[in-house]
Design a binder for this molecule. Sequence first.
Ligand code: ADP
Ligand code: ZN
Length: 665
Amino acid sequence: MGKADPLLAEVAVPLPIRGTFHYQLPKGMAPAPGCRVRVPFHRRQLVGMVVGLTRDPQPFKTKPIDGVLDSEPVLTPDLLEAARGLARRTQAAWGEVLFSALPGYLRRGKPADTAPRSRIPESEEQPDRTTPLTLTAAQQRAFETIREAIRAERHQVFLLHGVTGSGKTEVYLQAIQEVFAAGKDSILLVPEISLTPQTIERFRGRFGHEAVAVLHSRMLESHRLMHWQRIRSGQARVVIGARSAVFAPVRRLGLIVVDEEHEPSYKQADAPRYHARQAAILRAGQAGAPVLLGSATPALESYNDALRGRATLLELPERIDRIPMPEVTIVDMRRQTGRRRLFSERLTEAIKQTLKKGEQGILFLNRRGFATVIQCGRCGQTAVCPACDHALTYHSGRQKLVCHPCHRLEPVPTLCPKCRGDYVRFRGMGTERVESELIRLFPGARISRMDTDATQARASHDRILKAFGRHEIDLLVGTQMIAKGLDFPRVTLVGVINADTALNLPDFRSAERTFQLLTQVGGRAGRAQLPGQVVIQTHTPHHPAILAAQAHDFKTFYLKEIVVRKEVGLPPFTALVHWTVKSLSATKAEAQAQTLAEQLRETMPETVRLLGPAPAPIPRLRRQSLWQIALTAPKPEILEAFLSGFLEKHRPTKGVRWIVDVDPL
Ligand code: ADP
Ligand code: ZN
């Protein structure tokens, strides 16, 4: 290597292709890592990102770069490194992770200082500034432990396990205050649907309107860009956002908080299939900052990490002001008949009392639509999606049958498509049915529904919650959308219409999910002075997950469940990868799955186990046939090394796609 060798830019591109590519730079030009460039790529032009500079000669002929887009990096060195680690761990391309960290405008190559076309609407209610609350003894202990790591600028993972209403948010606020006072930046991740005006205003009230930036997927792209710019310029030093806010371009990261860290929505469904908790830990590790994970129902993995010393456990075992946990009643629905199959006598009575006292109730059912089974009363044929192997749900609002996995709409049949019989029955219940039945049973009550159907319009989600907060709604029906974060003092009743919806899923986490959902939704009741009650309707009243939720006993649930996971060899004791083979041709999908399994078996290390291939849980989706292979190993590193080697050498055959999901949920 001599002085004469030209300077090359090492560039990552936003494609699912492993490795980076080298391009020649014009004399005197040396864009810093983190700057975007335009590069020629297989007769196309792409926006790529510089990840390094080198004069090392390359084995292949290099092309000159088309242009440099940034004079200043759009991603910081800690982010470049964290993205690389995340790509390795999730078997995604580095470029895929890097570009998912950027707002859409920048992904498309627009200048980073583009003035967004619209301005952020001034919040109608400028929140009143609030002062920190005097912490309870338990909050104080937790806070001081975190503060020590913040002051020492030390990377350390904390798990704050606090029951619902124990004041976790105040601990977050004061920890962030500590970072803020030191002139550094904080990121608070929340699940998408708990990113309500209530949450945002709480933070704006403490740090000022200007200091807080918000990033989530429901906002206009131009607003996203503006918030991104405010963060990058240092104007906003507290970032609140959903999953992808973990990549916010803060300059001096002092803390990442992951609220409701057990939430499945932290895992991204498309490539790069990362988990925001994992991304937070990687990034904070690069920046030398602590991570604070918080939950009333920690993920088994996180709690296990805490017990094994990989995270520091902090506990808030009581509600603020010693407010009691709500009383939980379990109703055995196997004994209910007729109309009582929707609302038991016990729940009907509880709703009646709640309304009479002028209090509010939340009714939870994790299923959308009106009827979930459409079946011919004569031949037994059920309505399924023409593009998927999946039953259709009847939505009364839209007057259509809907396929939930693919969103396809079908007309409502009056005749059975198979036997032409005219006795089509609608069975099974969703939130629309619960709502209409409530209206029938309680004619005077003000009833609203909140699920993805009811909140199609922008901001309708916030509008319903505001109305509920002002007590313009007595009973709120909804899916898991209403299970989290809501803090309304007049809610004294939570009714779970059917606790078994999640238990019946073919997923080893179904018990854990059920426990989490019941605890979270139940935790909305009786958060202030008025005592709360929870009524859980179920066909499996003795299930450990339901009993543990009744007793508000995370620890017992954890200890039982972790034994099962260990015996069966499931996470957190084994690393898991789901490999899906997808094709429009059913024969191709199956043949490829078989070949792939053979190739994997031939080359995999001894400690790796392979299950399958088998048809995926939904075997046909959007006309594609899906087959699945599961791989397990005692340690994630084993799978990581094996898979990256394998994927470098193997490609799917034509007409087939592979989806490799590491640590699937
Ligand atoms: P969690 O997030 O743990 O469910 P929140 O943070 O929503 O609980 O707190 C529950 C309620 O208690 C909120 O209304 C909050 O304002 C209040 N609160 C929290 N900490 C304190 C405190 N130290 N003193 C008085 N009230 C508090
Ligand atoms: Zn479908």
